[in-house]
Design a protein around this ligand. Structure first.
Ligand SMILES: Cc1ncc(COP(=O)(O)O)c(C=O)c1O
Length: 445
């Protein structure tokens, strides 16, 4: 259609990019994707080490999902949400099968943000209470309420946002001072005590929900022990609070389980928000899935939520085919196994590069936290500021070396498609090794 240079110019002249000052935007123009690779307009190949935004879990252009979308498009693209379709019923049923506990009924949305918004609405309508408790190190979406719910700095420019979000301390073992001189479980127990204190001070009768990511994602892949999640569940039970688990990023096999919260089998979920991996990004889709008890409440009470594209038929077809791919190709187990190999590779990198302060995560959902000094743990790039010179160097080297890398602050995310092979894992780790070699000199140990 255009030369690569024309495409670049038209993107810059006629479109805006999210979360960025526009002038510095200089995107790679991608023309096609296949498996774990995407290809730019000049034919250069990039290994998708990030699965785009941690959503293309089954790799690009999977023939089964492409075919399902094509066939559905030829039959019926869309009906309004008051109609049922065979595809909508089937996808709802599949979600009830793969999600834990008695999560049963799905309200479909366009993505993760609105799945979270609807989860908060459902919890508030169900309890008749207003406040939602969330963490600083979390991200829950880009609209006003969901952005304020997430504590990370993407919320700051739009504050004060909504007044009914209450922030809880983070179970951040590597950085939260609560953990100093304590085991992770001891620290988690203290965090739980602090959360209960906050609930009491906020008035339990005002607290509708506690909302956390099932396995923390873009704010740092930090993961507490069962003491934390079981403690949150106990607080919810004691005070009649709903537990919302946001699985937008950690769902659909990412962490080596169907959902991040499956790492804590004793924790019952009242409402789950999902998106991303539900269609692996092929068509936009999210869902808010509620327990039987909450579903029964809405048998008699109006669910005050809706979207023109709720239960979009193309997205339903894509979702069904994607879940079948996870099952038929055993991608959940595969993520668990490949995750062990990824961890070995990242640990080897940490032995070579002292800037790696911590390796953490599970499955194909692992982060490197980079520091200037392993004793002081001073971050190599600050929270809430433009990325530092060494982080920019890593990004540039990754791009030149042919991998699509997702970094934020002082963290590198290692979240390739669940279909990645041993050789492709090696390919990515080698580019990362070379990129990190360029910044070894920033270590101040
Ligand atoms: C945990 C979590 N919740 C919600 C969202 C928002 O989802 P979306 O960007 O699809 O609206 C994201 C996006 O990255 C996320 O990671």
């Amino acid at each position: 259609m255009f030369t690569p240079a024309e495409s670049l110019q038209k993107n810059k002249d006629y479109t805006l990019v999210s979360w960025s000052a526009q002038g510095a935007w200089n995107p790679v123009i991608i023309e096609r994707g296949e498996g774990v690779y995407v290809y730019d307009a000049n034919g250069k190949r990039y290994l998708d080490w990030a699965s785009q935004l941690v959503n293309v879990n089954i790799g690009h252009s999977h023939p089964k999902v492409v075919r399902a979308i094509q066939e559905q498009a030829a039959k019926l693209c869309y009906v309004n949400p008051s109609f049922g379709t065979p595809e909508r019923g089937r996808l709802g049923e599949l979600l009830a099968e793969v999600t834990p506990g008695d999560l049963t009924k799905s309200l479909f949305s366009n993505g993760g943000t609105d799945a979270v918004e609807n989860a908060m609405k459902a919890a508030r309508l169900y309890t008749g209470r207003q406040k939602i408790l969330t963490r600083y190190n979390s991200y829950h979406g880009g609209t006003f309420a969901s952005a304020v719910a997430g504590g990370d700095p993407r919320r700051l420019a739009n504050e004060p946002g909504v007044p009914w979000i209450v922030r809880m301390p983070d179970p951040y073992f590597y950085r939260n001072p609560v953990y100093r001189g304590r085991t992770q479980e001891e620290g988690d127990a203290i965090i739980v005590e602090m959360v209960e204190d906050i609930v009491v001070r906020e008035g339990p009768e005002n607290c509708a929900a506690i909302m956390v990511e099932g396995y923390s994602g873009s704010s740092g892949i930090m993961q507490p022990t069962a003491v934390y999640f079981e403690g949150l569940r106990a607080i919810c039970d004691k005070y009649g609070i709903v537990l919302i688990i946001d699985e937008v990023m950690s769902g659909f096999g990412r962490t080596g389980e169907w959902f991040g919260i499956d790492h804590y089998p004793n924790v019952k979920v009242d409402i789950m928000a999902v998106a991303k991996g539900i269609t692996a990004g092929y068509v936009p889709l999210g869902a808010t899935i509620v327990s039987e008890q909450i579903a029964a409440h809405f048998d008699k009470h109006v669910l005050w939520a809706g979207l023109t594209y709720s239960s979009h038929t193309l997205a339903m077809a894509a979702g069904i085919a994607t879940i079948e791919v996870y099952r038929e190709e055993n991608l959940i187990e595969r993520a668990r196994e490949m995750g062990k190999k990824l961890r070995k590779g990242l640990t080897d990198l940490a032995e070579k590069h002292p800037v790696i302060g911590e390796v953490r995560g599970a499955g194909l959902h692992q982060a490197l936290e980079l520091v200037k000094n392993r004793e002081t743990r001073e971050p190599l790039s600050a929270w809430n500021q433009a990325q530092s010179e060494p982080m920019m160097k890593v990004n540039k080297a990754a791009r030149e070396g042919g991998i699509n890398l997702f970094t934020r602050w002082n963290m590198i995310f290692n979240t390739p498609p669940l279909t990645i092979t041993d050789e492709q894992l090696e390919e990515g780790l080698t580019v990362l090794d070379n990129a990190l070699s360029l910044i070894d000199g920033y270590y101040e140990g």
